[in-house]
Ligand binder design. Sequence first.
Ligand SMILES: C[S@@+](CC[C@H](N)C(=O)[O-])C[C@H]1O[C@@H](n2cnc3c(N)ncnc32)[C@H](O)[C@@H]1O
Ligand code: SF4
Length: 409
Amino acid sequence: MPALPTGDPVPADGALPSSALATIADTEFALYLHVPFCRVRCGYCDFNTYTKPELGGHGATIDTFADAAIAEMDVAQDVLTAGGANPPAVSTIFIGGGTPTMLPAADLVRMVAAARERWGFADNIEITTEANPDTITPEIAVELAAGGFTRVSLGMQSAVPSVLATLERTHDPANVATALRACRAAGLAVSLDLIYGTPGETLGQWRMSLEEAIDLEPDHLSAYALTIEEGTKMGAQVKRGQLPTPDDDDEADKYELASELLMDAGYEWYEISNWSRGPATQCRHNLGYWRGVNWWGIGPGAHSHVGGVRWWNVKHPAAYASRLAQGLSPAHSREVLTAEQRSDEDILLGVRLAQGYPIASLPHKGRGAIAPLIGDGLIGGRAALRGSIVLTQRGRLLADTVVHHLING
Ligand SMILES: C[S@@+](CC[C@H](N)C(=O)[O-])C[C@H]1O[C@@H](n2cnc3c(N)ncnc32)[C@H](O)[C@@H]1O
Ligand code: SF4
């Protein structure tokens, strides 16, 4: 797992500067909850998550996690109201991990209810949990829906057993369909997560995964290129030459295939790696991150953003539980973004969206890059005439280059 970034110290009670709270009442407010438990660790994953033997029964364990998370909500409530204003009702909640469904559904529902007691819910709130396909039964799906959940995001990754084996995914591929049907029967929207570029995966195998995912008719799909993370088992296998290094051209071909098959099946891209059946089934929580709303991240290692201040919690569940038990904020460090950093980040995130980034919000030097970027086929000429930067398919593959030019000219 990577170390936390360095940053400035945070006061013991987590208090924010008054400048960060100045616009709190008028800025959309979202919650993220990080559940740091997995049954086994997949070889490619460096997320902040722990198996039972790794935890050794200390700190926020599966049994005590919900109480610790609710204790952090109390910290959040004190910090957010210190300027005399309240944040608006919560617009979206996303429970991610780790494997949130390692917790009993009753605990997931209890954490959501605790958030409602403190902040209230917007009328059309979106509440998502991530889940591994093996961890959803019809009973669990019904309990989640009754507790207010509206979406489940299932980690399908691939439909091909040999690819799942390379990723060290333990779920039975048949359980993706079973879990999806259980969610749908309970009235929950379903998203499927896919990964492409696993070492050894052929283009034909990626096509099979896409076709199988499309056949299941999910409301939403995410497709991410596999990142080889240093410090993971897969990172070591690639370093030792036991697995081939992913190839940029192969990944580009796979992205283009995803784009083509998903579009043909009626899915629209709304962010570089995300497709939905239309605006109603886009993930509003993730859109909030890309649009820079305020969100509080609860749980070990969770990141938060309020009014230009970003902070992150201590990583280990034991340290997290111990801070909260002492009545302290679990925040580890933070950074206060300058106006220039906020503008750069706004571009970096906003350009990823199909709705486009307003040219009027670009710095002067970035506007000079527009004509060459259109000439190189990376952004759309017609959208630019209407005042927006919208990536072309080629631009979506080279988004970092586009962002670099829009920021630096
Ligand atoms: C961290 S997981 C949490 C949800 C759940 N445990 C699961 O695996 O589906 C969320 C998503 O991140 C993806 N992910 C984790 N490590 C990745 C990596 N190195 N490259 C690309 N995607 C990754 C997972 O495959 C999964 O779809
Ligand atoms: S199940 Fe998900 S969070 Fe857990 S190790 Fe695998 S990819 Fe990471």
